[in-house]
Design a protein around this ligand. Structure first.
Ligand SMILES: Cc1ncc(COP(=O)(O)O)c(C=O)c1O
Length: 366
């Protein structure tokens, strides 16, 4: 018994640890540290009803009410929207539509590490545009790419660096394929690419309810694009790709922008404090973040940095039940840790542990 050769070779995506026991400070998967709008729990109760009878029935196959609400929210038409089981589902559909043995999918690197896995699942060709340590966008190289689809994360993961609308438009003006801008963290950024949709038919903007809306557990994401691209996604997706409860939760969250505005403002101000604490007080090189996480290069008490130092801090924090993310597989990411923005209490616990770690005797030869 054996699968296709490319499936045997495949290394799966590794999600961040989701601990089951109590007492963890979870700063590893960029979830919202605050609960979603109270309207979400009410909508879920309503949807389930007293006896769960509605669950016998399949959900709306196109998530039509949610498409309508999203279209109104973004000032586009319903034909410009497709909803998925998380934005990972949408990214998977886009890779399926755009990548194969004879059609490359491009992406910058380092970036969201799901893209190469999705391409490998299709046995497709991947084309990467490598960042240098500045993490600035290589507009010319992406614009000149021959890929049929290019996946750009903005703000980028795991760095948090955001790209300007003008740079993205400069790519769109010359790039001949479909540019997918993965805006999972757009709610925490200064700019987004949505206003470019009306001028560029080759743009797809991908969004999620997992981060700013606090609904990672419900799995809802969506694409905004030209009706032709939405048509491709609708041809390829599962017919009931978004369950009943997730559709109800997303509609309720979307209707309560007044709840989310101060929550997002709070995450941004905690993030800015964390960046200035890392760069200022600790003297750690840290990228400016437009997301809900911070990518920082820790230095130990002897002023040493590097991948062994980052690993030692990761392990120290883990031993204190603080989870952050460590990306050892690329030279540009290995000396860094990515820390999701938490509550004030979580940030206090983190800071106390960082202070304690900096006071430890440094590791030899780091
Ligand atoms: C850049 C990026 N895109 C997409 C996703 C996936 O989000 P979702 O929960 O909507 O599948 C993530 C999750 O961390 C991400 O970092």
């Amino acid at each position: 018994m054996r699968p296709l050769a490319h499936i045997s070779r495949l290394s799966p995506y590794t999600p961040g640890i989701q601990p089951s026991g109590p007492g963890w400070v979870k700063l590893n998967t960029n979830e919202l540290p605050y609960p979603p709008s109270p309207r979400v729990a009410e909508a879920l109760k309503r949807e389930v009803g007293a006896d769960g009878a509605s669950l016998r029935l399949y959900p709306n196959p196109t998530s039509a009410p949610l498409r309508t609400a999203l279209a109104a929210h973004h000032g586009v038409r319903e034909e410009n929207v497709c909803v998925g089981n998380g934005s990972d589902d949408i990214l998977n559909l886009l890779v399926r539509c755009l990548s194969g043995k004879s059609a490359a999918a491009g992406f910058t690197w380092p970036s969201y590490s799901l893209y190469p896995v999705l391409v490998a699942i299709e046995d497709g060709v991947a084309e990467t545009v490598e960042f240098d340590r500045s993490m600035q966008l290589q507009v010319e190289r992406i614009a000149g790419s021959r890929a049929s689809g290019f996946f750009l994360t903005s703000p980028n993961a795991p760095t948090g660096v955001g790209f300007g609308r003008a740079e993205i438009e400069a790519i769109l003006e010359r790039f001949e394929g479909v540019l997918v801008v993965d805006e999972a963290y757009a709610a925490f950024a200064c700019e987004d690419a949505v206003p470019l949709l009306s001028r560029h038919r080759n743009l797809v903007v991908v969004r999620t309810f997992s981060k700013a809306y606090g609904l990672a557990g419900m799995r809802i994401g969506y694409a905004l694009a030209d009706p032709e691209v939405i048509g491709w996604l609708d041809r390829v997706r599962d017919s009931y790709n978004v369950n009943r409860l997730s559709q109800a939760a997303a509609l309720a969250a979307l209707s309560d922008q007044a709840y989310y505005a101060p929550v997002i403002a709070r995450v941004k101000s905690t993030r800015d404090r964390l960046v200035s604490d890392c760069t200022g007080r600790r003297g750690w090189f840290t990228y400016p973040s437009q997301a809900n996480f911070v990518f920082t290069e820790p230095k130990n008490g002897a002023g040493q940095a590097g991948s062994a130092v980052a690993k030692s801090l990761y392990e120290f924090l883990f031993s204190r039940k603080i989870l952050v993310r460590y990306f050892p597989s690329h030279a540009l990411t290995a000396p860094f840790l990515r820390v999701s923005v938490g509550t004030d209490d979580e940030m206090r616990v983190l800071n106390e542990s960082l202070d304690a770690w900096q006071k430890l005797k440094p590791i030899p030869n780091a």
